[in-house]
Ligand binder design. Sequence first.
Ligand SMILES: Nc1ncnc2c1ncn2[C@@H]1O[C@H](COP(=O)(O)OP(=O)(O)OP(=O)(O)O)[C@@H](O)[C@H]1O
Ligand SMILES: [Mg+2]
Length: 306
Amino acid sequence: MIYTLTVNPAIDYSMSFDKIFSGGMNRSESESVHFGGKGINVSAVLNELGCETTALGFIAGFTGDELERGLLESGIKSDFIRLDSGMTRINLKLTDKDGNETELNAAGPDIPKEKIDELLGKLGSLDENDTLVLAGSLPRHVSQDLYENICEKLFTSRRMRVAADVSGNLIKGIMHFHPWLIKPNHLEAEEICGKKIDSHRSAEECALQLRAMGAMNVIISMADKGAVLAAEDGGVYRLTAPTGKVVCSVGAGDSLLAGFLAGYDATGDLREALRRGVAAGTATAFTDGLCSRQDYEKILSEVRYG
Ligand SMILES: Nc1ncnc2c1ncn2[C@@H]1O[C@H](COP(=O)(O)OP(=O)(O)OP(=O)(O)O)[C@@H](O)[C@H]1O
Ligand SMILES: [Mg+2]
């Protein structure tokens, strides 16, 4: 089973306007809702690709109920811990006709220590065949060593796969646990490695540096340039993304991670998993929202080993 953890999930409420007047009344022309959070995106794409997954995290209040219901309706299994107070946040995404995007993100509910302990207890029942995806930053009010504590908990008595797509400082904190996979994008990787990434070659050097720092497999995603993988088998693989019209690349990195995990689950081959990951990432970039299985399969036939 592939578990994903979204500590602070959100309901994303998108509104489009002709023009937005700050400090005045604005009436939207259309609205849409989707369930957000990086781990949830990964679970959604895994589910779309037919791979078994369960979304973990914390929910609260009526928005938490709606999030849980919405995922169930889409066929995405979840096993959230319910908080006794507060509410799952609603993040507003406002766009105007000139394409300006304004985001208003809420802090989210407080997570008391006993609920964190409940999560650690739940993770204690995962076994060696499971994978845990840690995705996204941690909210301000949550102890920033949560991911470290999770790795410590998971690795005390057994090894299991942890795949982390988290920001620089949080990655550094878990490297000594030798996570199975990390997936920074090129900007995040530049920040950790302290050098510029402007080609597949410089990305490969950085990926090898991150492997030397402790990660077993390192994927650096490079948007339209595709991705490189420094793998535990000693291989370094690069793939160029197919070209096409980008509609919205939000969630492309989460889709790459899901495609990679689903691909590895199906084939046990890291290079082929990367090919499937790049296909899922690109399929998401070329569509509104996350990719469908059909989009993914079409793009997969166009992704060739570099
Ligand atoms: N403009 C693009 N054209 C083609 N493929 C793209 C494009 N942008 C993203 N992709 C695909 O998606 C993958 C991941 O993209 P990217 O490196 O932008 O991830 P990211 O920055 O982590 O995204 P996010 O965090 O928003 O999910 C790329 O490796 C590529 O396969
Ligand atoms: Mg990302």
